[in-house]
Every structure is written in structure tokens, then in C-alpha cells.
Design a protein around this ligand. Structure first.
Ligand code: PMP
Length: 398
């Protein structure tokens, strides 16, 4: 049996991370996986998270019972408020609900499963995008098409995105990165978002926002929700996948939420019941520990306040590293233009390095990045950035 099974291709990012971990050289640098690192190059547990965990330990009513299929309601309600805005009229009109999911990936997956059952159409994802978008929608049975997003000439947004929005069949699903586009670090300007919304409205397209970096891009939770809230104000029905992996540093705890925004509140209990049916057969109910942490942070004013400060500190450190990298390359007169490093936002920069240059960095210099040239700025710190810049300079010149 199973002789017909061929080896599945490894995920490039996870594969790179495994090679990095196995490398014994102390000068190694990882800018592959998108996880925040401190100035010491270590994973960061937020103080607000530690405090929430202590509160849980001390709480005699805390236990390890199952959550309901839809998850912890104090968490999902707070997550909906976080993305739509606490005083959103949509919430007051009972036109939005949250559904806990296994981090951002799970939110995308259960949302796509629901769409597949009740609103199937073609799913469009950006080119390039986070690779899992193609896999998630593809595995759900969608025809997945790509819209050009990156313009290598300007290292910015490709104007043909608007043409694809216009030429796509009416009623298509468009997966949009709410902020801090992965992998390019290029977000539409507010004017460009307005145009996207205008065309999508005319074409009756369905927005499926992926918000994996709220608060992480600018350091401001509301600012990073601008695009989603603009679409809500324009009267769209939509799904929003939220991840608390990056902004709360809860990567492995798998804390996520799917927010559904609709016109008619009466459809929500029906959609909710179908999401329950979907997850019951997939994993029964979501994990509790991380959702309880997130709920405490989101619903306890002191912890929330502390979170916003820590979030801003993470975003600011990333911005500082962008400036430092740009300054080093400028100082070394590295051929090419590098202002995109400081123009792009969020965790990643699309450096423009070629596949061969990336392979040389990995193979000869112990610098681990995926070969599309995307780097996670969070992997840089004041101790390793000079060596990193020198190696970039070297591969560009050779
Ligand atoms: N969407 C995008 C664009 C991402 O970059 C990520 C994280 N790499 C996710 C979704 C989901 O991540 P997670 O499942 O860990 O929340």
C-alpha cells in the first residue's frame, strides 16, 4: 500500500527555518521566517501576555475544559471590536460576528470552506502572496487566479491590479491583505484602496481580508485597520481573517478569529451554525489557552494599554532596522536603489535580490532567506545588521 504516494514539496519558509536551526555557525542570521525577534535575536513574550497567564494560573475557575465549536465568546467579541472599531455601527446593528479559528490560517480556511459551500466563485489572490493563500483556496476546491500586485520596475503597487479587478468575472472573491502585505511590504495608498473599493462595488466582488499584522505595521491598531473599516463604511459584506500570532506574539498558540460582516443580521445565526458544522468535522473545537490570554489582554484595560505600548515598541524596532539597513547600503554605495527598504512597511521587505543572490547568501554566508528575496526585518538587530548589509553588498557586486 501507499506505493503511489509521491513526496510532497516542502514549504519553502519552513524548510529554510529547519536548515537555519541545524546550522552550528554562530554568525548565522535568519531573515526567513516571519516571527518577531528582540534586539538579542530571541523570541519575545509580551509582558501583557505573561501577566494574563499569571492571572489564569491564579484563577480558581480556570480549567482545561473544551471550548464551544465557535470558541471563546469574550475573545471573539473583542476581536470583532478590534478590527471594526469598538463603536462600529455594524456591531450595534448586529451585522457582524466573530468565530474563533486556529490562528489566521484557520480563519482563512474555515471562511473559505463556508464560501465554497454557499458562495462559490473564482478566488483571486495577489501575485506574489503568502504562499498558503493559493493552497488554502485551492484545497477548498476553488479555482484560484492571481492579480498582479508587485511592479518590479517601481518596487511598488502594480497598476494592472485595477485592470484585473475590472476584468474578473462579476462576484469574484478577492483576498486582500489588510495591511503590511506579505511578501512585498507594499500597501495601497488610501486613494488606491478607494479605487479598489469602487471597482469591487461596481463588480459585486467579495472582499476576504487577511489581517495577520494589525498593529504590527504602523504600531497603531486603528491605523492598520483603516482599509477594512473603509470597506465596511462602503457597505460591503465581507469576511476578515484575523491572526494574533504576530501582534500578541502567540504564534504557536494558534489564536485567530474569522469576522463575518453581512447586510442582514438574520443570516448570521445560519452562517454561524454552518461554521460549527464545518469545524466539528475538522477539529471539533479550537484551542483554549491562547484565546483566554488574548481575551484577558483585549478585555482588561491595563493589559490592553500595556499591549499597545509593547506593540508600538516592536513596530518601532522594525522601522529602526529598516533605516539602519538603508543607511548601511547607502554608506557602502551598494549598486542599485534601496529606498524601498524604508518605503515598505510591516515585517517584510522585498529586497529585489535575485534567486541566485539569495542562494549564495544561504549557501555561502549563513544568511537564511527565501529565494524570492523577501526578508523578515525582525531577524535583524544592531549586532548582526552590519554583517548582513556587507553580505548583501557582496552578492550584489559579484
Ligand atoms: N496571512 C498572512 C499574509 C501571513 O503572513 C500569515 C503568517 N505568516 C498568516 C496569514 C497566518 O499565520 P497564522 O496562521 O500563524 O496566524
Amino acid at each position: 500500500q501507499f506505493n503511489n504516494v509521491n513526496l510532497a514539496p516542502p514549504d519553502p519558509i519552513l524548510k529554510m527555518n529547519a536548515i537555519y536551526k541545524a546550522d552550528p555557525d554562530p554568525v548565522k542570521i535568519s531573515v526567513g521566517v516571519g516571527a518577531y525577534r528582540t534586539e538579542e535575536g530571541k523570541p519575545y513574550i509580551l509582558n501583557c501576555v505573561k501577566k494574563a497567564e499569571r492571572m489564569m494560573l491564579d484563577d480558581p475557575n480556570n480549567d482545561h475544559e473544551y471550548l464551544p465549536m465557535a470558541g471563546l465568546q469574550s475573545f471573539t467579541d473583542a476581536a470583532v471590536k478590534l478590527i471594526l472599531g469598538a463603536d462600529s455601527h455594524i456591531i450595534k446593528e448586529n451585522r457582524a460576528i466573530g468565530f474563533q479559528a486556529i490562528s489566521g490560517t484557520g480563519a482563512l480556511r474555515v471562511g473559505a470552506e463556508l464560501l465554497n459551500r454557499f458562495r462559490k466563485s473564482i478566488a483571486y489572490v495577489s501575485k506574489p502572496t503568502w504562499g498558503n493563500h493559493l493552497a488554502i483556496f485551492g484545497d477548498c476546491g476553488f479555482e484560484v487566479r492571481e492579480y498582479q500586485y508587485w511592479d518590479p520596475a517601481t518596487r511598488g503597487l502594480n497598476e494592472s491590479f485595477f485592470d484585473t479587478l475590472r476584468s474578473a468575472p462579476n462576484g469574484s472573491i478577492f483576498v486582500l491583505h489588510g495591511c503590511a502585505h506579505n511578501p512585498t511590504g507594499v500597501d495601497p495608498t488610501e486613494e488606491q484602496w478607494k479605487l479598489v473599493a469602487k471597482i469591487m462595488k461596481e463588480k459585486n466582488h467579495f472582499p476576504f481580508f487577511d489581517c495577520a499584522y494589525q498593529g504590527f505595521a504602523s504600531g497603531d491598531l486603528d491605523k492598520d485597520a483603516w482599509s477594512v473599516r473603509y470597506f465596511v463604511d462602503q457597505g460591503f459584506e465581507m469576511f476578515i481573517a484575523q491572526s494574533f500570532a504576530k501582534n500578541l506574539g502567540l504564534y504557536g498558540e494558534r489564536v485567530g478569529n474569522l469576522t463575518l460582516v453581512v447586510h442582514n443580521p438574520d443570516v448570521l445565526p445560519k452562517m454561524h451554525s454552518n461554521l460549527c458544522k464545518i469545524v466539528r468535522a475538522m477539529y471539533s473545537c479550537p484551542p483554549a489557552h491562547g484565546a483566554k490570554i488574548a481575551s484577558l489582554v483585549l478585555n482588561t484595560p491595563e493589559l490592553y494599554k500595556e499591549w499597545t505600548v509593547e506593540l508600538k515598541a516592536m513596530a518601532d524596532r522594525i522601522k529602526e532596522m529598516r533605516v539602519m539597513l538603508f543607511d548601511l547600503l547607502t554608506e557602502m554605495k551598494t549598486p542599485g536603489t534601496w529606498n524601498h527598504i524604508t518605503d515598505q512597511i510591516g515585517m517584510f521587505t522585498f529586497t529585489g535580490l535575485t534567486q541566485n543572490q539569495c542562494k549564495t547568501l544561504v549557501g555561502e554566508h549563513h544568511i537564511y532567506l527565501i529565494d524570492n528575496g523577501r526578508i523578515s526585518i525582525a531577524g535583524l538587530n544592531t549586532k548582526n545588521i552590519r554583517r548582513f548589509a556587507e553580505k548583501i553588498d557582496w552578492v550584489v557586486r559579484n
